[in-house]
Design a protein around this ligand. Structure first.
Ligand code: HEC
Length: 155
């Protein structure tokens, strides 16, 4: 008896251990599926925002071009603008206010700027009152994010 007791305990221990791993395994698998689904949903939400943003960008088109072959007009080309240092599109003559602002067009900075350009860059020559609708700003930024510096859409 004294010799079988530890064996039983050990077996019991092994069984409990394998039960836990099976459960853990299932939890991990459910987690992986959930994360995959969430990523897919986030991806399609982003695509929807960008599609809506293309329509909201109409007001910007009065002064800005984007896409392959875009040229500077009243305002600079906006290809690859996300992550770009303010006032650095080659060949465009910026105001001192924009060029010396020291800003980098992160999505957060752009959100503030598009809400009220004159507040973020006082004396900018972008004469635009701003997009007051937060959702529209988000959409326009998602639209801008699609374009690489060469004007091609990133995948
Ligand atoms: C009436 C013309 C006009 C409209 C409309 C306009 N912009 Fe501009 N934008 C400009 C000008 C001009 C500049 C250059 C500003 C300067 O040098 O001070 C500029 C600058 C910018 C910059 C900074 C670029 C850089 O390289 O530093 C961004 C970003 C921008 N505009 C985005 C937009 C978006 C997005 C819209 C639409 C929601 C928009 N603009 C609407 C004229 C316009």
């Amino acid at each position: 008896m004294r010799t079988s007791e530890p064996t039983l305990t050990r077996l019991d221990g092994i069984c409990t251990f394998s039960r836990v791993t099976e459960e853990e395994d299932r939890v991990v698998r459910i987690g992986v599926v959930a994360v995959t689904l969430l990523l897919a949903m986030a991806g399609s939400a982003r695509a929807q925002d960008a599609a809506a943003g293309e329509k909201d960008f109409v007001v910007c088109r009065a002064c800005h071009q984007i896409g392959p072959g875009a040229k500077s007009a009243v305002g600079p080309v906006l290809n690859g603008v996300i992550g770009r240092k303010a006032g650095t599109y080659p060949g465009y003559t910026y105001s001192d206010a924009n060029r010396d602002s020291g800003l980098v067009w992160t999505p957060e900075e752009l959100d503030k700027y598009l809400a009220s350009p004159q507040t973020v860059v006082p004396h900018t020559k972008m004469i635009f009152p701003g997009l007051k609708d937060e959702k529209k700003r988000k959409n326009v930024i998602a639209f801008l994010e699609q374009f690489g510096p060469d004007g091609e859409k990133k995948q």
